[in-house]
Write a protein that binds this ligand. Structure first.
Ligand code: SAH
Length: 375
């Protein structure tokens, strides 16, 4: 019999599990704390459970985080884990320390199906959804690596962003379950403001999101008009900008707190979407959407045809929007000496993907080749 991995079960799913095996539901709260607050993977240490129950659990269940293949530490304190999932493919998780906080950037899928033209993950294609255990497992791994389970606190995860590999809304149930664990006081206890889901704009799923959670929302806009966004974010052809912004405002309307805003992410690429005209157009577009704007200087990766934006262009873009009354932040490029910056994550021990990339490259014309990661 296959043992149930308890790592990815929310409090209510864990309650169902205990009920199904003839135990009391409230056991779930004890076990949640053991797994997510003390990092236990062995039922034998769960001493507030009776010994027969511990032995029974060892027979039918397991607590199995994904395996860490390697941890890399960047000069600026950023830290990246290469994590092996069931089946052998790898995803990446990145920790970004900033003054007073530490953000963990979590992957939701192996690869990504959306194929945004400027993103390294999209270039490797889509493999599969991560399970809830593999998603929350990335936070578990960071806590373990930093000694947080053992009471150390020099480095802590205070915020999580679903901004690693994958499109979180295309793995809806598992992402929602993992985010519930992040926010559960019996697990990681992060506040809803410190858990952020970022989407390229899967509108029907975004319409559902507000019915099941109240985490912070970021949308990857990158262009103020459909003609340009169709090129950069192909899913825009299906769900154009107007429908995305309406859906994002709908998400905010479902939240009881009327002061909350979404984050609009805008990756700036030299000569592509960084002009003064586009900055003004963006300001006009967002007039009725409660938001702050996060500018992300494009991070290059092998094989991309896009270039880094100049600091002058970033400053100009920011000033134009700020003058229109927006809160505009610029995301610092962090950890790019270990390819841990936005859009550089590609789970690069995945030989199978690299091989198939090579085949794809051989079949394509020059112009397309520059848009593919060589691996
Ligand atoms: N699929 C989700 C999460 C993606 S990654 C989404 O699209 O929102 C988080 C952010 O990094 C997104 O805004 C994404 O568009 C951006 N990004 C992707 N590749 C990048 C690159 N090479 N340089 C800078 N930002 C990039």
């Amino acid at each position: 019999m296959k043992r149930t991995n308890l790592l990815g079960l929310t409090a209510s799913a864990l309650g169902d599990f205990f009920e199904a095996v003839g135990e009391r539901r409230f056991r779930s709260l004890q076990v949640l704390k053991w797994i997510h607050q003390r990092g236990a993977t062995d039922f034998a240490v769960m001493t507030d459970l009776a010994r027969p129950l511990r032995e029974k659990l060892a027979q039918i269940a397991e607590v199995r985080p994904p395996e860490v293949v390697r941890q890399e530490d960047a000069a600026d304190g950023t830290c990246k884990w290469l994590v092996r999932t069931d089946g052998g493919d790898c995803v990446e998780t990145v920790y970004i320390p900033e003054r007073g906080r530490g953000t963990l950037c979590i992957s939701s899928q192996i690869g990504c199906a959306l194929d945004c033209s400027f993103c390294a993950t999209g270039k490797q294609g889509f493999n599969r959804d991560l399970t809830a255990a593999e998603i929350i497992g990335q936070l578990w791994i960071a806590n373990q690596a930093f000694g947080n389970f053992a009471g150390r606190s020099e480095r802590r995860v205070t915020n999580t962003v679903m901004m690693g590999m994958g499109e979180p809304l295309l793995n809806f149930d598992n992402v929602v379950a993992a985010m519930n664990l992040m926010m559960d006081d019996n697990a990681y206890g992060l506040s809803k403001r410190r858990v952020t889901l970022s989407t390229a704009g899967v509108v029907p799923m975004l319409d559902r999101l507000g019915d099941v959670t109240d985490v912070s929302l970021a949308i990857s806009l990158h262009a103020p008009n459909d003609a340009l966004r169709n090129e950069l974010v192909p899913i825009n052809r299906k769900y154009p900008i107007a429908s995305l912004l309406e859906s994002a405002r709908g998400y905010l309307r479902k939240l009881p707190d009327t002061r909350r805003r979404i984050t609009v992410e805008y990756t700036l690429m030299d000569g592509v979407n960084d002009s003064v005209e586009l900055a003004r157009e963006l300001g006009d577009l967002l007039r009725d959407t409660p938001c702050k704007i996060n500018l992300i200087p494009f991070n290059p990766f092998p094989g991309t045809g896009y270039r880094r934006v100049t600091p002058v262009a970033v400053a100009r873009f920011q000033e134009i929007l700020a003058a229109q009354g927006y809160t505009v932040t610029v995301r610092a490029t962090r950890g790019d000496d270990i390819a841990a910056a936005c859009g550089q994550l590609a789970g690069d021990v995945n030989d199978r993907t690299r091989r198939s990339e090579r085949y794809r490259q051989r079949d394509m014309g020059d112009e397309q080749i520059v848009r593919i990661v060589g691996g």
